[in-house]
Unconditional design. Structure first.
Length: 291
């Protein structure tokens, strides 16, 4: 937590209020925060651990600025993070939320370096929401007035950020992802293993089904639910010997491509995203014509 706080206070753009909410910590975190003498720091505390969605809602209620930049206690932010995202928002007044790329640090070692990733604009991110949360949440930079009072669902056990970005998009908001690496995302190896093996939460399933309806203009039918979540749930693995299951996925991919209302860019973007998602499951697809 200390490194995260130091990295936030060392931003090249220095004019901001730094609101920190201690979520009922039982170590020395609260004492460290109380010792901070930077005038930009404003402290809140939950008397007991209330979880991420509750705490973020409390921070949203306390914030009074034009923009809100999330920062998580486990992560280290590069000095130009705020300046880069602020400049983007000022140059793109229609953008509601902009995120950026992160290096993933597992047990102190660089596991995934994000440099070189292409920038993604709203058209791509909207379709990517079918498969996963397209924004790196610890780097979310939000135009506050565009939230229109939206808050995180506090009963959620995973997926609250995903749900919020879906609501932003449903309300006409625009998303963007910068190619710049602006943070080091720190995680333990055990956390990586649990996340790779775990199935998606009920809230995430609700979000994915809702996004399906929004994009394809029809509800996800009961008979199609299983094959759709085979495709969009990253926790579902498919063996190379499961020929019938693979063929159902390819047929479903072709059907979805046909249902897209746009015959141009949307279909190309969706096909690329779907092929990438299936590739991570071990299913190789050359084109959507393979049904």
């Amino acid at each position: 937590m200390k490194q995260s706080v130091i990295s936030c206070l060392a931003q090249t753009h220095s004019k901001f209020e730094f609101i920190i909410c201690d979520d009922g910590s039982t170590d020395s975190s609260w004492e460290y925060l109380q010792a901070c003498r930077d005038p930009r720091v404003r402290l809140l505390r939950n008397e007991e651990n209330r979880g991420n969605p509750f705490t973020r809602n409390r921070l949203l209620d306390a914030a009074g600025g034009r923009y809100i930049a999330w920062a998580d206690a486990d992560d280290v932010y590069h000095p130009g993070r705020l300046a880069r995202q602020l400049a983007y928002m000022q140059a793109h007044p229609d953008c509601t939320v902009v995120s950026a790329c992160m290096n993933r640090i597992v047990d102190g070692r660089l596991r995934l370096k994000s440099e070189g990733k292409q920038a993604s604009e709203h058209a791509v991110l909207r379709l990517e929401m079918l498969f996963n949360c397209p924004l790196n949440n610890p780097l979310a930079f939000i135009r506050a007035e565009s939230l229109h009072g939206l808050r995180y669902p506090t009963a959620a056990r995973g997926g609250a950020d995903y749900w919020l970005w879906w609501q932003v998009v449903r309300g006409g908001g625009q998303l963007a992802l910068l190619p710049d690496v602006l943070a080091d995302y720190r995680i333990h190896a055990q956390q990586v293993s649990r996340r790779e093996q775990s199935s998606i939460s009920a809230l995430v399933r609700e979000v994915k089904a809702g996004i399906f309806t929004d994009i394809f203009g029809r509800p996800l039918g009961e008979k199609d639910t299983a094959v759709h979540f085979d495709m969009v749930d990253p926790g579902v693995k498919i063996g190379s010997s499961e020929g019938a299951r693979i063929q159902r996925l390819l047929d479903w991919l072709g059907q979805l491509t046909d249902w897209l209302p746009d015959t141009g860019a949307d279909r190309r973007i969706f096909s690329q995203l779907a092929i990438q998602a299936l590739g991570k499951k071990g299913v190789r697809v050359k084109s959507t014509s393979q049904r």
